[in-house]
Design a protein around this ligand. Structure first.
Ligand code: BGP
Length: 462
């Protein structure tokens, strides 16, 4: 493409604490909800006994190997790196008054290491986990009390890391609870719509409280929300399908609407009425929600289709249940590959919010097989990333303000939905299998060199 991305465009990769760190009980860390999901975030929950193993207990051992991994990110030319703080390292049970100093000290080391290479940290406060105690004792975000616990946690990390961290995100894929209430929100599965929406309301208030705290404590920092940007198309041009797709998209855009506009959109009133949901929203909540985010971030992997009158095959039945689109191919996990959809989502979000956008996850989960020389020639991943980033370039030329792009899992990590190592996203290979066996040695894949060149050329190589 003859187009160069803006000079201040942030290039990098994205991760989550529970998918890379391991060391799940080291240095005073409490158990988190992800520690009882050995089969992935959409799999069954399992209470832990002494001696039980979950692949995330080791993950890729980033907890100890971070200097080597960050050096590889620097070699890639990253100008930013997205990571999350494990809430249960800072507040092991979640409702304590005082934080765990060893947990705080760990992230000091990470931020110092990133600073060494001039890599900007993009930090998610809660990525698909919370202290397990909060889920067990309080039923997660179902309880209003969590707002105070989360605010304390947010203020603690803002105060501690504010000098190094200028970009924050509140909840990863806050809209995931619509599909899986336990993973993001610790809300028991099978909860009714009333508890679910009330819980999500508490999370929205907590998110706004974190935004307010960030604005107060760190006036030169920026804080954004984070949504799963899985858009639905109408399967046909029948007006019923057009409307059905609009409604489906409102299901997730509603979170962005609240976080960007500062109040519940009017279309939710009808939805709540139909579901029999009566939200407990206080005047103080309404006031808090007025504190809106500085930018909008989202993940983008796939699109789907909906129809009211035609049968549409449902893909990936376990997780996101997206309807199939005859024009698109899917990954081995049934995720529909749609680069142009990314341009559509970028335009849609920018039209709707007029706030800078940040693509904080995108990538191809695939099984990588080393060739006879032991190298990974992942041309399929290069093609995926190339085609999506090309559309980001197009969106920039459409006039959309895009702050940056972090590919998901720049280094292989444990898959969130399946807890497999064999579903890989990395530019860097990690020697570990689905049972967590392997040397954990890191190796550059072909895509490593492609991404490095791309960053160097500021997008011109697309
Ligand atoms: C997003 C999550 C990530 C990540 C990614 C890929 O929804 O925010 O944590 O894992 O999806 O999903 P998976 O690992 O299931 O392939």
């Amino acid at each position: 493409m003859s187009f160069r991305f803006p000079n201040d465009f942030l290039w990098g990769g994205a991760t989550a604490a529970n998918q890379i760190e391991g060391a799940h009980t080291i240095d005073g860390k409490g158990l988190s909800t992800s520690d009882v999901q050995p089969f992935g975030s959409f799999g069954e929950l399992k209470s832990r006994k002494e001696g039980d193993f979950n692949i995330k207990d080791i993950a890729i051992d980033f907890y100890h190997r971070y200097p080597q991994d960050i050096a590889l990110f620097a070699e890639l030319g990253f100008t930013c790196f997205r990571l999350s703080i494990a809430w249960s390292r800072i507040f092991p049970k979640g409702d304590e008054q005082e934080p765990n100093e060893l947990g705080l000290a760990y992230y000091d080391k990470i931020f110092n290491e990133l600073e060494k290479y001039g890599i900007v940290p993009i930090v998610t406060l809660s990525h698909y986990e919370m202290p397990l105690y909060l889920a067990e004792q309080y039923q997660g975000w179902k309880s209003r009390e969590l707002i105070g616990f989360f605010e304390r946690y947010a203020r603690t990390v803002f105060a501690r890391y504010g000098n190094s961290v200028k970009h924050w995100l509140t909840f990863n894929e806050i809209n995931i609870s619509l599909h899986e209430p336990f993973t993001g929100a610790g809300i028991p599965r099978g909860s009714d719509a009333q508890s679910l929406y009330q819980g999500m309301h508490h999370q929205l208030v907590a998110s706004a409280k974190a935004v307010k705290a960030c604005h107060e404590l760190l006036p030169d920092a920026k804080i954004g929300n984070m949504m799963l940007g899985a858009i639905q198309y109408p399967y046909t041009c029948h007006p019923d399908d057009i409307f059905a797709a609009m409604q489906e998209n409102r299901d997730w855009l509603f979170f962005g609407d609240v976080q960007c506009r500062g109040y519940y959109p009017s279309y939710m009133a009808r939805k709540f009425k139909e579901l029999g949901v009566k939200l407990d929203i206080s005047e103080a909540d309404k006031e808090t929600l007025k504190e809106t985010v500085d930018f909008v971030s989202f993940s983008y992997y796939m699109t789907g289709c909906v129809s009211t009158h035609q049968e549409v095959e449902i893909l990936d039945k376990k997780a996101l249940k997206m309807g199939s689109n005859p024009y698109l191919k899917t990954t081995d996990w049934g995720w529909q590959i749609d680069p142009k959809g990314l341009r559509i989502v970028l335009n849609l979000l920018y039209d709707r919010y007029q706030k800078p956008l940040f693509i904080v996850e995108n990538g191809l989960g695939a099984v990588d097989k080393p060739n006879e020389k032991g190298e990974i020639e992942d041309d399929y991943r290069i093609a995926y990333l190339n085609d999506h980033l090309y559309q980001v370039g197009e969106a920039l030329q459409d006039g959309v303000e895009v702050m940056g792009y972090t590919c998901w899992g720049p280094i292989d990590l444990v898959s969130a939905s399946t807890a497999q190592m064999s579903k890989r996203y990395g530019l860097i290979y990690v020697d570990s299998d689905d049972q967590g066996k392997g040397s954990l040695v890191r190796k550059r894949k072909k895509s490593f060199y492609w991404y490095q060149d791309l960053i160097k050329s500021q997008g011109e190589n697309l």
